[in-house]
Design a protein. Structure first.
Length: 269
């Protein structure tokens, strides 16, 4: 196991039933990914070393540097113990040395999110029932294979009307969102009717990343922060959290929609 799986085998001693035994276990891989844009190093990302292309593209998209597939002129991935991704792109804003990233900007208000918020209106039109929410979370947790083996990752996925479409795991929950964002951009995936399902805490920067993808529903196994709830309200996004044990909490909900459209909730009996 290694770079392709995001895991590595490690010798350990286990204490159980009053005694130690020697064995080996899977641990999640962690590497430092250097991201270069137009020949300039812009960030180093701690990650599991998988889906590097998607992660790099999604990071640029989340930071507002690119918005479409056509903005990318070239991608070169160098894998290994010291991986790097070199991208050539027509950036949407000038690069500012040491500029704060989304992840470092949790204190900003709505005005402070200008440049990382969605460029256009969030897309809608879908039915989201209580049964579908519980089903999506069950599917996400079942797909979290690296976490099942290591207990060391977060997992996020994109879901549609038939359930989970694609999942990504990593040591950081932000990385999983960027991977999915990069996947959507590279594959020209339509965000209409999509739901972002995740295992980790929902913070304001997570909301901004998801909004940048054009996805307007977040469903999480964990809970949100106050700034995440406020930003969801400002953007008109639906936020469902603490989905577990057959229950969940609706923190925000799109207004002015009839049953059967995004943001309207129809309980199934």
């Amino acid at each position: 196991m290694g770079a392709k799986t995001g895991m590595k085998r490690q010798a350990v001693r286990i204490f159980k039933d009053g005694r130690f035994t020697r064995t080996s276990t899977d641990i999640v891989r962690e590497v430092s990914l250097d991201l270069f844009l137009n020949g300039e190093k812009i960030v180093t990302i701690a990650c599991a070393g998988i889906h590097l292309r998607e992660l790099a593209v999604g990071y640029l998209r989340s930071e507002g540097m690119i918005t479409t597939r056509e903005d990318l002129k070239g991608i070169r991935v160098a894998e290994g113990s010291d991986p790097a991704v070199h991208l050539t792109a027509a950036v949407k804003k000038p690069l500012i040395p040491a500029a704060p990233s989304i992840a470092a900007s949790g204190a900003r208000g709505k005005r402070g999110w200008k440049g990382v918020l969605p460029d256009g209106p969030l897309l809608a039109h879908m039915t989201l029932t209580s049964r579908s929410i519980l089903k999506m979370m069950d599917q996400l947790l079942a797909a979290s294979q690296i976490h099942e083996a290591t207990r060391g990752t977060h997992c996020s996925g994109l879901a549609g009307g038939s359930g989970i479409i694609i999942t990504r795991e990593d040591v950081g929950r932000h990385n999983t969102i960027d991977m999915l964002s990069g996947y959507m951009l590279l594959e020209n995936m339509d965000p209409s009717g999509k739901v972002l399902v995740m295992t980790g805490r929902v913070s304001a920067e997570i909301v901004a990343k998801v909004g940048r993808m054009g996805v307007s529903v977040i469903v999480s196994h964990s809970a949100p922060t106050t700034k995440a709830v406020a930003l969801c309200r400002d953007l008109g996004m639906t936020l469902v959290g603490y989905v577990r044990d057959g229950s969940f909490k609706v923190y925000t909900e799109r207004k002015g929609h009839e049953v059967g459209k995004l943001g309207s909730w129809e309980d199934e009996t």
